[in-house]
Design a protein around this ligand. Structure first.
Ligand code: NAP
Length: 306
């Protein structure tokens, strides 16, 4: 099985050993004739000249396996006719759980309320987790993992997804019930994909539905939030804080107002990295399934966009 590593060259040293260890029968290549490859392993940033990847000449490829969970940069490529699979792996989910819980606990406990300045501020006692409403937008692989961890800590968790598909231990509201989901969100965790339907989902009218002082944690995609509306809601004091890991433009430009707003915490798209040791076995399993003609794991619905 010949597989093209269609990812930025700097990622080769990190990924090639794990991928070949997980799939020893594979010949992993950095380049070659497109019609010689049985599959592609893809990551954004390829090709590195900024051109749009043309999948047409990959006539033999049975699968394009993304190393990223978010596939918005490839899903609309009109030349992509091969099955596209996104990355779902335990390391990615665990990383996202740790990120979201860390920042949610910071907000919940008011950890920023205690500057070490000699002032004894013992007037405000945070509620227990059972008194705190947390809403998770997006109840996919990551949203479900984060919700389960929040529930385990005792938070009152509401989920929201397109379908409203039930999830154990969480009340999941469907698409039309977004206003209810937002009204319950003292802490709002966004783990939605970037699709035409989710862009600017959190606009001024919807942000105004959040309880006063609410904290937003966005680790889904930057396009979900209307940036001007968010800044206005923060500066007016309606929202307490925004922890943002993803942005419309990445890297976030150095002169972007998010960097200097005291109510914004910027993290550089590090919430959940794909780690070769946990992701390579998932990619290997899918490559084998493709070669055997078996159903693929985590196949993207190209019309839905995720
Ligand atoms: P997933 O399994 O595909 O789940 C997506 C969820 O979003 C589903 O629950 C889906 O609803 C819901 N959804 C999609 N469109 C919607 C809409 N218009 N209205 C309401 N709900 C909608 O994705 P995942 O693996 O959880 O990943 C989610 C996203 O996290 C990725 O797409 C990526 O953008 C982001 N991500 C970020 C990082 C990071 O480091 N910051 C790392 C990995 C991933 P249904 O259940 O009804 O289909």
């Amino acid at each position: 099985m010949r597989v093209l590593f269609a990812a930025p060259a700097r990622q080769w040293d990190e990924w090639a050993p794990a991928l070949t260890a997980a799939c020893p029968e594979m010949e992993l290549c950095r380049d070659g004739a497109p019609d010689s490859f049985d599959a592609l392993i893809y990551a954004p940033g390829y090709p590195e000249d900024g051109a749009t990847l043309d999948f047409t000449p990959f006539t033999r490829a049975r699968v394009v396996q993304s190393l990223w969970a978010g596939v918005e940069r490839i899903v609309t490529n009109p030349t992509l006719t091969q099955p596209l699979c996104r990355m779902v792996d335990p390391g990615l989910a665990q990383g996202m759980v740790e990120y979201c819980l860390g920042w949610a606990m910071r907000a919940h406990l008011g950890m920023d309320n205690y500057p070490q300045d000699g002032v004894w501020r013992n007037g405000v006692v945070p509620p227990l987790a059972s008194g705190r409403g947390v809403t998770v937008l997006g109840m996919g692989e990551l949203g479900r993992a984060v919700s389960a961890a929040l529930v385990a800590l005792g938070f009152r968790v509401t989920g929201w997804s397109q379908s409203g598909r039930p999830v154990d231990g969480v009340e999941v509201l469907p698409g039309r019930a977004l206003p209810d989901a937002l009204r319950r969100a003292e802490i709002l965790v966004s783990l939605l994909p970037d699709t035409p339907e989710t862009r600017n989902l959190l606009d001024a009218p919807r942000l105004s539905l959040l309880p006063k002082g609410a904290v937003i944690i966005n680790a889904g995609r930057g396009t979900l939030i209307d940036e001007d509306a968010l800044l206005h809601a923060l500066d007016s004091g309606h929202l307490g804080h925004a922890i943002l890991d993803v942005f419309r433009q990445e890297p976030l430009p150095a002169d972007h107002p998010f960097w200097v707003n005291p109510r914004v915490t910027v993290t550089p798209h590090i919430a959940a990295d794909t780690r070769p040791e946990t992701a390579a076995p998932v990619a290997a399993e899918n490559l084998r399934r493709a070669m055997r003609g078996e159903p693929l794991l985590h196949r993207v619905d190209l019309t839905r966009g995720y």
